[in-house]
Design a protein around this ligand. Structure first.
Ligand code: DUC
Ligand code: ZN
Ligand code: ZN
Length: 472
């Protein structure tokens, strides 16, 4: 048999094993693993490199409406290009509904933005902002059936926050349809109260973003989301957990046998609240929600990754330009932290940061790294084993890593639409040198070689992890 490609001489690592092995690829799929595989149209020399499943970033925001006068820094072309340079072969952005909108129409609109514009594969989660009977009774079940098998709900943000009643209704639909619910857990009223009080006291600098959403705000909402999920008996994913107290709520629920999953992100390992205390508006570069906390919270998030309380490590990529009134510098006259768009770029730096701080520094095995950045994302969101592993029959979505390469993260190395990285100056060991999607290189030896439009939309199965504990 002649393969299209053989990746030869590398060390393959999956979520469970590490082994010296060549990879044979035919028609975009992995068709053989072994040695002396024979002939191929192209032999790729991977001597000295790790051959890993491509990263799957299951929490990214791309081309999402972000309020009057604010524009997100990435469209699908720039976000997926940036993701590919960061060792990713798939991203899962959100199709975000706004109040009064048809969910079906929202999905169509996001497809129109993405179709032909992606360098790597994509699939959409839904964001449910309007929990009307028509949306929950008709549109949502039909969309789950069509492969949109996960949706995010917000407990905060103007126009997005759902009441407890609405959360219960959405969770009921998830239970009936077998979809995965993702929860943004922060207490909306508490944030509004604290924000008003800070502004009344003249405390409007960016550093007060953190003060307006302290840990109790996140812990309370996490506890409440878990309680609501328990009432419905539906699994949920608590996304972007930033601290020990919220993490402990997840761990406690799990000890009680509930299917509550957790995700954390690079900003909670690397940044702290102090970063938002920059001169002038510099602190705005780090404003995201939940906000970065303190060193103790960073240590807690590491424990959560090591102990499996967090099964996902995602970027929550949500980029805005810094030096731009349509971005972090906010429109004229809107000077309070309240108006700074929430979110930071991170899709390109997620994997190098976790590899370096985790694998190179001995906190994680390479297999844990693969699980946290690829395999668990595929399993959680109905893509496994098509995606998220290196196995015969799986898509040939592969990242080649140089585990020794030293780089210093800098905006000059980035390929997205933002004009800064919050991780400027961080030294890393380990770097993704090439990225291949379904057998085709998108990035090869640090150069873009993939075609715009080479990335496909991938409909998803229902997640094994989304099954309720008790029968319907
Ligand atoms: N917070 C969110 O909820 N979404 C995107 C980015 C952020 O900071
Ligand atoms: Zn969120
Ligand atoms: Zn998010």
């Amino acid at each position: 048999m002649t393969f299209d490609t053989i990746i030869r001489g590398g060390t393959v690592a999956t979520a469970s094993d590490t082994f010296a092995c060549d990879v044979g690829i035919t028609g975009g799929k992995i068709t053989a693993l072994g040695s002396d595989l024979g002939k191929a149209t192209e032999i790729v020399d991977a001597t000295g490199l790790l051959v890993l499943p491509g990263g799957i970033d299951s929490h990214v925001h791309i081309a999402q409406p972000s309020g009057p006068g604010i524009v997100m820094a990435d469209d699908f072309a720039s976000a997926t290009r940036s993701a590919a340079f960061g060792g990713n072969t798939m991203v899962l952005p959100f199709a975000m509904q706004q109040k009064g909108e048809s969910l079906r129409q929202v999905v169509k609109d996001y497809h129109a933005k993405a179709d032909g514009q992606c360098y790597i594969d994509v699939s959409f989660h839904l964001i449910i902002a309007d929990a009307s009977d028509a949306v929950l009774g008709q549109e949502l079940p039909a969309l789950v059936h069509d492969g949109y098998t996960s949706f995010k709900v917000f407990m905060t943000y103007e126009g997005l926050a759902l009441s407890d009643m609405e959360m219960l209704k959405v969770m009921s639909v998830a239970r009936e349809t077998g979809a995965m619910v993702m929860v943004h857990a922060e207490n909306y009223d508490a944030i509004r109260f604290l924000t008003d009080r800070l502004e009344a006291a003249g405390k409007t600098e960016t550093k007060y973003h953190g003060t307006s959403r302290p840990i109790a705000v996140e812990r309370e909402a996490t506890h409440r989301a878990i309680s609501l999920a328990e009432l419905i008996d539906v699994p949920v994913m608590i996304v972007h957990v930033s601290n020990r107290e919220a993490m402990d709520e997840i761990a406690r629920a799990r000890r009680r046998g509930l299917k509550i999953y957790g995700e954390t992100c690079p900003q909670y390992l690397i940044l702290t609240e102090k970063d938002m205390d920059g001169l002038n508006m510099e602190g705005a570069k780090y404003v995201c929600s939940p906000p970065p906390r303190d060193k103790e919270s960073q240590a807690a998030c590491w424990e959560g990754l090591q102990q499996g309380i967090f099964s996902l490590f995602s970027s929550d990529h949500c980029p805005f330009r810094y030096d731009d009134p349509q971005g972090k510098l906010t429109p004229k006259g809107k000077t309070s932290f309240r108006w700074v768009p929430n979110g930071i770029p991170g899709v390109e730096t997620r994997l190098p940061i976790l590899f370096s701080e985790g694998v190179s520094k001995g906190r994680l095995t390479v297999n844990e790294f693969v699980a946290l950045t690829s395999t668990n994302h595929a399993k959680t969101y109905g893509l496994y084993p098509k995606k998220g592993t290196i196995a015969v029959g799986s898509d040939a979505d592969i990242a080649l890593w140089d585990p020794q390469r030293q780089e210093t993260i800098s905006q000059t190395l980035m390929h997205g639409g933002s004009d800064y990285t919050p991780y400027e100056g961080i030294a890393v060991t380990g770097w993704p040198v090439s990225t291949m999607v379904r057998g085709q290189f998108v990035v090869r030896d640090g150069k873009l070689v993939g075609a715009l439009g080479g990335g496909d939309y991938v409909p998803r199965e229902k997640s094994e992890l989304a099954r309720p504990r008790t029968a319907l």
